[in-house]
Write a protein that binds this ligand. Structure first.
Ligand code: FAD
Ligand code: NA7
Length: 507
């Protein structure tokens, strides 16, 4: 049995070693563990990373820090810098470009991640959280068996247990997939440049990866078996695909890989089936990245031993206000059923839950999963809050919504007239905004969509207005900041229904 150094010892009146054990040291788990300790709860946090099938492993911090948001955004930045060289030349800078050095970028990104891993360990120690680098598994509703890398087992007990184990990438159910392909778990630390790459899947992880690989100069294809960015506004999803296509990414539409085979030269032969016509075709790639979804990693947790119900299809835990069907067991983050898989969602849910459980002053705020803003970091970024047009039509009916739209070109792009392969690097009217309003509710805005540079920054600001229930008239009342891309939302007049050309000309 371990004895934990904590700020204020056992908080609750119970017989267990800890007030709370958090299983999983990712975005949600770390935030929850630190918050619990802040309120005086005796807290342990377990984290253990099983290597990916390709053998990649990493440090404390979970998906976002090691193999998700952070390396993704940094590599996205490396990609968009490439296009900014083109801008810079037109602005008068004399630049000699020697191309891109993959290994140098990976080293820089991994060094940053290493410093974050170190920071998380230090933060846990400073907050008085006992960090156990071990794999957790339920023995019963209050007992966790923690298995270390060397196989050594330890039983620990707690009054409350938080499951924050997140998810891991799934592989297509096709021969050779696990032997031949890598996933987002591997791409950000790949020591050698990926070369000619296939990204399998059409959701944001696949498109983002294809976006930065193309921008870094790799011949990149994306296999889409049905639609791009399922669940997102399809008008914008198709605009993203078009833009990426014009900027060098090849899209294999209606194409599903059915087999992967390693060749003698190390390349991977992929067999595809056309999902419309059933014909097959083959092509060889240096690297195949699968981004075909993620599975919650609850399989090894033995949830049954604790009586915790889970969704048999995806391993996720259904909860009410993060509480599972077992009173003392909670879940936060990606492992939570039917909730957004996003870092800030995991963090906020974890912090609020711990305040509700352990704060000495009454705290009742629950996590609100409505109107969560998000951004897809494709080369042309896409920020969104609320409903897609498809969902708004389904919810209110086509006659009961209004879509205000505008196509535009950011001012900063306007001096660059360079073309690559006959396509303007900075094309006219490639950026787009759309506000969807509910006519029956005084034109309350139910869907916010922005396609253009700095989408995360623009969308984050407007998320407050959306949370406050902004109406179209509130956007109209707001004075823009000129010249910016964000001001586009304050001058929207053309409705999609009107059929008037919503392309911008001039300032
Ligand atoms: P995780 O961060 O996955 O942490 C879970 C931890 O628990 C892991 O360290 C895991 O190894 C450990 N663990 C699992 N089982 C056990 C066990 N039995 N015992 C001990 N430890 C265990 N979100 C955004 O908001 N913005 C983005 O731009 C973004 N980009 C992304 C890009 C990619 C490529 C990916 C894959 C994800 C991205 N996400 C993004 C999603 C984001 O990373 C997740 O929503 C977030 O990390 C979820 O946090 P979590 O705490 O639920 O789980
Ligand atoms: P998603 O969002 O679950 O999307 C999976 C994509 O992969 C989607 O386009 C699927 O097409 C496609 N898919 C699924 N299975 C296959 C197979 N077998 N072959 C080809 N294509 C397939 O996954 P992501 O990995 O992008 O992201 C998961 C979450 O992690 C995300 O919400 C982030 O927040 C973090 P479909 O639409 O089903 O036809």
């Amino acid at each position: 049995m371990t004895t934990a150094p904590t700020a204020s010892g056992v908080k609750g009146d119970h017989e267990y070693e800890y007030d709370v054990i958090v299983i999983g040291g990712g975005s949600g788990g770390l935030a929850a563990a630190k918050e619990a300790a802040k309120h005086g709860a005796k807290t342990a946090c377990l984290d253990f990373v099983k290597p990916s099938p390709a053998g990649t492993t990493w440090g404390l911090g979970g998906t976002c820090v090691n193999v998700g948001c952070i390396p993704k955004k940094l590599m996205h930045q490396a990609g968009i810098l490439g296009e900014q060289f083109s801008d810079a030349r037109e602005y008068g800078w004399k630049l000699a470009t020697e191309g891109h050095d993959w290994s140098k970028m990976v080293e820089a990104v991994q060094n940053h991640i290493g410093s974050l891993n170190f920071g998380y360990r230090t933060a846990l120690r400073e907050k008085g959280v006992t960090y156990i680098n071990a794999y957790g598994k339920f023995k019963d509703a209050h007992t966790i068996i923690a298995t270390k890398k060397n196989g050594q087992e330890q039983e620990i007990t707690a009054d409350k247990i938080i499951v924050a184990v997140g998810g891991r990438p799934s592989y297509p159910d096709a021969p050779g997939a696990k032997d031949c392909c890598i996933t987002s778990d591997d791409i950000f630390s790949l020591p050698e440049a990926p070369g000619k790459t296939l990204c399998v899947g059409a959701s944001y992880i696949s498109l983002e990866t294809a976006g930065f690989l193309t921008a870094l100069g790799f011949e990149t294809s994306v296999a889409i078996r049905s639609i791009p960015l399922r669940g997102f506004d399809q008008e914008i999803a198709e605009m993203i695909v078009k833009y990426m296509g014009e900027h060098g990414t090849r899209f294999l539409r209606d194409s599903q890989p059915t087999a992967f085979e390693k060749q003698d030269d190390g390349k991977i032969k992929v067999t595809f089936e056309n999902t419309m016509f059933g014909n097959t075709f083959e092509e060889t790639f240096d690297t195949v990245v699968c981004a075909v979804g993620r599975d919650a990693v609850t399989e090894g947790l033995d949830l049954k031993a604790a009586g915790v119900e889970f969704n048999a299809k995806n391993g996720k835990i259904p909860c009410v206000d993060e509480q599972s069907n077992v009173e003392n067991i909670y879940a936060i983050g990606d492992v939570l059923d039917t909730r957004q898989e996003l870092t800030p969602v995991a963090i906020k849910a974890g912090i609020r839950l711990m305040r509700r459980l352990f704060s000495d002053t009454p705290y009742k705020e629950k996590m609100n999963y409505d109107l969560v803003p998000t951004t897809v970091f494709t080369p042309l970024e896409y920020g969104t809050i609320g409903m897609s047009e498809e969902l708004a039509v389904e919810t209110y009916g086509a006659d009961n919504i209004e879509c205000y739209i505008s196509y535009f070109k950011p001012l900063e792009w306007s001096v660059n007239h360079e073309e690559h392969n006959g396509v303007a690097v900075r094309g006219d009217n490639k950026c787009f905004v759309k506000l969807i309003t509910n006519l029956a509710d005084d034109e309350r805005v139910v869907g916010f969509h922005y396609l253009g540079p700095n989408a995360g920054e623009v969308t984050q600001g407007y998320a407050v207005a959306m949370k406050m229930g902004a109406k179209k008239s509130d956007f109209d009342e707001t004075v823009g900041i000129h010249p910016t891309v964000a001001e586009e939302f304050t001058t929207l007049e053309i409705t999609k229904r009107s059929g008037i050309d919503a392309s911008k000309a001039g300032c």
